[in-house]
Design a protein around this ligand. Sequence first.
Ligand code: CA
Length: 223
Amino acid sequence: MVNILIVEDEKPISNLIRMSLSKSGYSCTCAYDGIEAADILSETRFDLVLLDIMLPEIDGLELLDYIRPMEIPVIFITAMGSTWDKVKGLRAGADDYIVKPFEVVELLARIDVVLRRYNKNDSVFKIGDLDINTYAMQVTRNGKEIALTKKEYNILLLFARNPGRALYRETIYEQVWGEPYTYGSKTVDLHVQRLRRKVGWKNMLQAINRVGYKLELPNEDPI
Ligand code: CA
């Protein structure tokens, strides 16, 4: 799972970004000032940092000096829209910038581009005993392909990007079908049950009473 650190002192903006990125399958951590961000960065490995420039304690440009040796891509979030600030940010070593207020879809697109540039958006990843190739939209076990419909594939991907997290039927429906969920609909259950049979995840794809489903991976042996 791609880990993103959001460094933004304005909580409504930070919350909006966190919720949007979580929905898109990214794992997010929030820091609200420069020192907190530095502390978190010293303990946890991230694939990308979204960095506000105007921050309490240590500002974004100073924090960037701290992040750069870690070779983590950085996208600046800036309220200052002047060309000079953009140039300064990019020359300081940021990979991209986005100017507030911005559309979430634009942020997601920029994140995608930067992650691809760094090959951090793994095109093939392993989840449980399956390999998922997100470019080919292909699922294999021990090299043998498992034929899934597009909906089943998208449901699998949603679970794979949110292991251990209980997903509401509504969330699954809205993410995979792209339309509002009708209460009482059994569509999600039908698809999840078929998916479960096809991939053989009888115990791993668990139903949660009155909520939805959760992917529970077996504990892996420590390496
Ligand atoms: Ca700020």
